[in-house]
Design a protein around this ligand. Structure first.
Ligand code: IMJ
Length: 256
C-alpha cells in the first residue's frame, strides 16, 4: 500500500506510554510509510518505548532529555549520520511542577515558571536547531499545544504561559527555517486522557463538558491528532507554516 509518507524519515519525541499523543502520531506516521526515530526521557520510559516500537517502522531509539545539552548534540549527530535526510519532526513534550497546576497562577515561583518554559517551550527551539542540520532536503516540524495558551483554563496556569511561548516560538522558527524549506506548525489538541492529563483533578468533568458542548459533540481521538500530524508532515501541507491547527471537535470556536 502506498503511504503518504513513504520513504520519509521522522523524529518523534515524547512517547512515554501507549496513551501518549506522540504514540498516536508514531502509529499514523508508520501506517503512512515513514521510518521512525523515537526518543525517550529516562530508563523508566525506555522499556515501555521498546515494547511499543515492535509494531512500528522504528529505525532508532535514542535517549533525549531536552534539559541536557549533551543529549541534544548527540541526537543531532545521530540524525546527520542516517542514510537519508530527516524530513519530519514531531515534538510532544511538556512539563511543569505538579503544584504549579493546582494553585493560583499568581503564586507561581521563579523556578517553576522557568522549568515549564525550559521543558515545554525552549526545547522546541533546541530540537529544531539540532534537527534542522539533518533536514537537508527541507521538511516539517510540528509541536503539540493547547487552548490554555490563549484562554484561561482552570489549573492550566504556568503551562498556559509556556504554551503561549511555544506558539510564538513556532512563528519565529517558521520565519527562520522557511528559506531552508522547513515548515514549522503546532497542533492544538482537545483534552485527551493521557498520563499528563490523568494527574489533573476533575479531568473527567472536562472531558464530559467537551463532549456535550463541542460542535462535533465528542472528545478528541488521539488518532485524529496523529493523522493531522501526517498531513502537516506531508507534501499536501506544503503551503502551511507558522500556524496552529485545532484538532478539538471544534471546541475552540465556542463562546459559551
Ligand atoms: C493540564 C493541567 C490543567 C488542565 C489541563 C491540563 N487540561 C488539559 C491538560 C484541561 C487538557 C493537559 N495538557 C494539555 C497539558 O499540557 C499537560 C501538561 C502537564 C501535565 C502534568 C501533570 C503531571 C506533572 N506535570 C505536568 N506537566 C505538564 O507533574
Amino acid at each position: 500500500m502506498a503511504g503518504i509518507l513513504d520513504g520519509k524519515l521522522a523524529l518523534v519525541l515524547g512517547i512515554a506510554n501507549k496513551w501518549s499523543l506522540a504514540y498516536a502520531v508514531a502509529q499514523s506516521f508508520s501506517r503512512e510509510g515513514a521510518g521512525l526515530i523515537l526518543t525517550y526521557l529516562g530508563e523508566h520510559e525506555k522499556g515501555a518505548l521498546e515494547s511499543l516500537a515492535t509494531d512500528l517502522r522504528v529505525e532508532k531509539i535514542l535517549p533525549c532529555d531536552v534539559t541536557k545539552e549533551e543529549e541534544l548534540s548527540a541526537l543531532g549527530e545521530t540524525l546527520r549520520s542516517m542514510s537519508r535526510p530527516l524530513t519530519a519532526v514531531v515534538h510532544s513534550l511538556a512539563f511543569a511542577n505538579r503544584e504549579d497546576l493546582g494553585r493560583p497562577f499568581v503564586e507561581t515561583g521563579r523556578a517553576g515558571f522557568l522549568l515549564a518554559q525550559e521543558v515545554s517551550a525552549y526545547s522546541l527551539v533546541a530540537v529544531a536547531r539540532a534537527a534542522a542540520s539533518a533536514m537537508t532536503a527541507g521538511g516539517s516540524i510540528t509541536t503539540l499545544t493547547y487552548l490554555g495558551s490563549m484562554r484561561v483554563v482552570p489549573n492550566y496556569n504556568v503551562m498556559g504561559v509556556a504554551k503561549a511561548s511555544l506558539e510564538a516560538s513556532v512563528r519565529y522558527l517558521a520565519s527562520d527555517l522557511g528559506p531552508a524549506k522547513i515548515r514549522v506548525n503546532a497542533i492544538s489538541a482537545g483534552p485527551v486522557k493521557t498520563a499528563s492529563a490523568r494527574a489533573i483533578k476533575d479531568f473527567s468533568t472536562i472531558l464530559d463538558t467537551m463532549a456535550k458542548r463541542a460542535p462535533l459533540r465528542r472528545n478528541t481521538d488521539p488518532a485524529e491528532v496523529g493523522d493531522t500530524a501526517v498531513f502537516l508532515a506531508s507534501d499536501l501541507a506544503r503551503g502551511i507554516t507558522g500556524n496552529v491547527i485545532f484538532v478539538d471537535s471544534g471546541m475552540q470556536i465556542m463562546g459559551l
